[in-house]
Design a binder for this molecule. Sequence first.
Ligand code: GLP
Length: 243
Amino acid sequence: MKIYKVKNYEELSRKAANIIAAQVIMKPDCVLGLATGSSPIGTYDNLTAMYESGDLDFSQVTTVNLDEYKGLDASNDQSYRYFMNKHLFSRINIPMEHTYVPDGTVADSDEACAAYNETLHKAGPADLQLLGLGHDGHIGFNEPADHFADETHCVDLTEVTIQANKRFFASEADVPRQAYTMGVGTIMRAKTVLVIVSGEDKAEILNQVINGPVTPQVPASILQFHSNAIIVADEAALSKTDL
Ligand code: GLP
């Protein structure tokens, strides 16, 4: 794993956006795997600024997002589709029909996951997959488990994740208990994986991801086996990691 240590969230966001920009410039019709959460917001702001200054063109890019809460539709401001439209897609020149997020409104999990797998197969492996890191080591919504899931599946969110994500909802009871997520296998097939991690509260889990054993109990640890995994983390997030 290549690890870039940066000062703070602002530097992290600039560095991550520059890496993604390089990908889009090198291959204008690339497939970008995208993520939600608070970590990528600054990255998306920087990408938007590069688009506005005329340095980036997204007209040929395709995006595939990692995950979506089961039961939430695009008009729900807590859905990941809403998040992506707000923080990135509506601000750049990507055609909306090139943007894919699992459909949280499909009640039948098998049907929803099969449909998203078909989308992912058609798009092909992502040229670059952006990832945040959950407090329990999850990537997308691949929670700690006894095995690594290959493709899109429905997950029960862990208590740690429900607690971490409740800050975005009116009350804890409103946090969906299930989500559809891209599998770890699909993530591992991306040609480049870019993980962004910020803050002291991620320091312990980030150390496990980098230096601990590869185990489905810490899903992101499998990225140790990826041939082109890049971690951009700030000093606080790396405060428990010897580099
Ligand atoms: C959610 C998302 C993940 C994200 C994680 C971390 O659970 N499903 O894809 O990486 O949160 O979020 P944050 O960046 O807000 O810490």
